[in-house]
Write a protein that binds this ligand. Structure first.
Ligand SMILES: C[S@@+](CC[C@H](N)C(=O)[O-])C[C@H]1O[C@@H](n2cnc3c(N)ncnc32)[C@H](O)[C@@H]1O
Length: 249
C-alpha cells in the first residue's frame, strides 16, 4: 500500500475509534487536574502529548506564548499556570476555541488566556511577537483528494506537511529574538529526516527535549493503530517527541 494511503488508514482508524467511543467523558483528568472536553474537539486523554512534558518549556520566563491548534487548551492553561504572562490560543475549530476558554476559566487563568478562531497564524495581529510557540499538529500525511475538509480530517491530516511547513516558517518570523518554537510530533511512518528538513528550510535548528517510544504510547492510541505499525520494523521507527526549534546560528 502507498505510504500516504497507509497514513490515511491509520488516521481514519483513530478518528473512527474515538467517535465510536460513546462513553467518552465531558470532563477528563490529566496531570492531576480536571478538564472540560467539548464534542468535536481532539481529546488529549486519547493521546496525551507535549503537555505531559510541559515542565521542559520555560513558561515562567515568557512574556507571551502562542499555542497553535489548542484543542481543549491544556497547554495554554499550563503555560498561564506556569507563569507566562500572556497566552494566545489559536484553532480553526470554533469548539476548540470555546473549549480552551472554558478550561482557562476552570483553572482561574481566563484573564491571561485569549483564544481566537484562526487558520494557522491568520488571526495574529500586526506586531504581536511570542517567546514560545507550540503545536501538537496533525501527524499524518494523506492524499489531499481523499480528505473531506471536515474538522476531524483537519485535526488528523496534513497533506504534504504543508501546514507544518507554514507553522515553522511563519512562526519563526513571529518569535522574539530569544524565542523558540516547540513541537510535539511523531515521524509516524518513519520519516526521520522530516522535521530536520522542514526546520532547515525555515532556518531553524532542532533540539529534542523528550522522546517517547512506541512502548510508552497510551493504550487508546496504540490499539487504534494497525498491527503492522505496532510490530516489526515500523515499530522501531515510531516515536513521539517534544522538540525545541530556534534560529540556526
Ligand atoms: C492533534 S490536535 C491537538 C489539540 C491540542 N493541542 C492537544 O494537544 O490536545 C491538532 C489541533 O490543530 C488544529 N488545527 C488543524 N489545522 C489547523 C490550522 N490550519 N489552523 C489552526 N488550527 C489547526 C485542530 O483543530 C486541532 O485542535
Amino acid at each position: 500500500m502507498d505510504t500516504r494511503e497507509f497514513e490515511l488508514r491509520i488516521g481514519q482508524t483513530i478518528i473512527d475509534g474515538y467517535r465510536a467511543d460513546t462513553g467518552r467523558a465531558e470532563v477528563f483528568e490529566l496531570l492531576g487536574r480536571q478538564w472540560d472536553l467539548l464534542d468535536e474537539v481532539w481529546p488529549p486523554t486519547y493521546s496525551p502529548g507535549g503537555e505531559l512534558h510541559a515542565d521542559l518549556i520555560p513558561f515562567a520566563a515568557m512574556g507571551a506564548f502562542l499555542e497553535m491548534g489548542s484543542g481543549a487548551g491544556v497547554m495554554s492553561v499550563l503555560a498561564a499556570l506556569g507563569g507566562c504572562r500572556r497566552v494566545l490560543a489559536l484553532d480553526l475549530n470554533p469548539a476548540a476555541v470555546a473549549n480552551t476558554l472554558a478550561n482557562a476559566r476552570r483553572h482561574g487563568v481566563a484573564e491571561r488566556v485569549e483564544a481566537r478562531l484562526s487558520d494557522l497564524y491568520a488571526a495574529v495581529r500586526p506586531g504581536e511577537r511570542f517567546d514560545g510557540i507550540y503545536w501538537n499538529p496533525p501527524f499524518f500525511d494523506a492524499p489531499a483528494e481523499r480528505l473531506d475538509g471536515s474538522l476531524w480530517h483537519e485535526t488528523m491530516f496534513d497533506p504534504g506537511f504543508a501546514k507544518l511547513r507554514r507553522f515553522l516558517v511563519d512562526g519563526a518570523a513571529l518569535l522574539t529574538p530569544t524565542g523558540h518554537l516547540y513541537l510535539w510530533f511523531g515521524e509516524a511512518m518513519g520519516k526521520p529526516a522530516l522535521i530536520e528538513d522542514l526546520a532547515a528550510g525555515a532556518g531553524l535548528a532542532v533540539r529534542e527535549l523528550h522522546r517517547t517510544t512506541m512502548d510508552e504510547i497510551p493504550a487508546a492510541l496504540a490499539t487504534a493503530l494497525p498491527a503492522d505499525v505496532t510490530s516489526g520494523e515500523r515499530h522501531a521507527q515510531w516515536h513521539l517527541h517534544l522538540l525545541q526549534l530556534g534560529r540556526a546560528a
